[in-house]
Design a protein around this ligand. Structure first.
Ligand SMILES: [Zn+2]
Length: 336
């Protein structure tokens, strides 16, 4: 089986590596114009998202489900490329023959070539009852995020080939220059991996993981689950994984990812470690004119009036957003 670039289909393993190192789905990542140092002195890396937009503070759940590039690179930068590479190898990918420095931060965006069978097997580690590679909470979080249609809706919309009438954890990927596209996913019973590409490596035209491999994945997944279960579990909304011990449900501010305060305009719930909920949101403040949002400095250029951006749609929002004021940036926009 010929190794090919999996693109974003590798991203869950960066998040899994981070979850093993103290991160959790409620922590925010910066989806803002950013530069990162590379192994070559003086060379900086400026990742871009698929649609060219920046969405500001993005909880890890939304960043992974929406497959945003910039937060994934920021996360890989935080934990280090060797941690990402070690995790991929531990998950059974045997084709990463180069050093972490060779791949660089692009590893999290899938610039290393992998085999379809090994990648599908690596995904199945998140579904299995026991694992020596990932903790129960990491496998629960990755699975819950990848099977959360609301969390990916702000990028992928709804009702497409990634949505099923029962819980399916799923991720797409598209390689550089559209040579390959992938959709990998799993339920409690089955794991399905689909690669679409040309054997002579000519680029696919007008095809991404959503439009190329996605519809095939959808049909194969339905057939595989029906075969495994005897019938499709059409009204079964049972999550793929149970909540593991040691986590408790905490109400977070949807924008800051900190514990929700009285002024926070939107809230979400996450199952987090007991010690994760010790900081209350400091971004939102009730005023006579509505809710004042005071962003940390790294978001102020992004949030400045007139800056083109798209605010993240908050999944699981239980309250309507109050009108809010934005602070002007303290500094001119940083050069990229
Ligand atoms: Zn808040």
């Amino acid at each position: 089986m010929t190794p090919r670039q999996p693109g974003s289909a590798l991203k869950p393993f960066t998040y899994a590596a981070a979850f093993e190192r103290g991160w959790h789905p409620g922590r925010v990542l910066a989806d803002v114009p950013s530069t990162f140092p590379t192994a070559e002195p003086g060379i900086l890396y400026s990742p871009r998202n698929y649609d060219g937009r920046f969405r500001g503070p993005l909880r890890a759940r939304l960043a992974l489900a929406g497959s945003e590039n910039v937060p994934a690179v920021a996360l890989a930068s935080d934990i280090g490329v060797p941690a990402v590479a070690d995790t991929l190898r531990a998950a059974g990918l045997t084709t990463l023959g180069q050093t972490a420095a060779h791949y660089g931060l692009g590893l999290t965006l899938g610039n290393a070539e992998v085999r379809l069978d090994e990648l599908a097997r690596a995904y199945s580690l998140f579904a299995e009852k026991t694992s020596e590679v990932f903790s129960d909470r990491t496998r629960y979080w990755i699975t819950h995020i990848l099977s959360d249609p609301e969390a990916r809706r702000y990028v992928f919309g709804e009702g497409g080939s990634l949505d099923f009438p029962f819980a399916v954890a799923v991720k797409t990927g598209t390689s550089q220059a559209y040579h390959d596209n992938w959709t990998i996913g799993y339920t409690r019973d089955v794991t399905v991996g689909v690669w679409v590409g040309n054997l002579d490596r000519t680029p696919l035209r007008f095809s991404t993981g959503v439009t190329g491999a996605g519809p095939i994945f959808h049909d194969v997944m339905l057939a595989a689950v029906e075969y495994a279960r005897g019938a499709l579990p059409l009204f079964d909304q049972t999550p793929i994984r149970d909540v593991p011990g040691g986590l408790r449900e905490i109400t977070l501010c949807a924008e800051s990812g900190l514990v929700a305060g009285s002024a926070c305009p939107a809230r979400i719930r996450e199952h987090l470690p007991h010690d994760a909920g010790d900081r209350t949101c400091t971004w939102h403040h009730a005023t006579d004119r509505g809710v004042l949002t005071v962003y940390p400095e790294e978001y102020r250029s992004w949030a400045a009036p007139g800056t083109q951006h798209l605010a993240p749609r908050t999944a699981h929002s239980t309250e309507h957003r109050a009108p809010f004021l934005r602070l002007p940036p303290l500094h001119p926009a940083r050069p990229i």
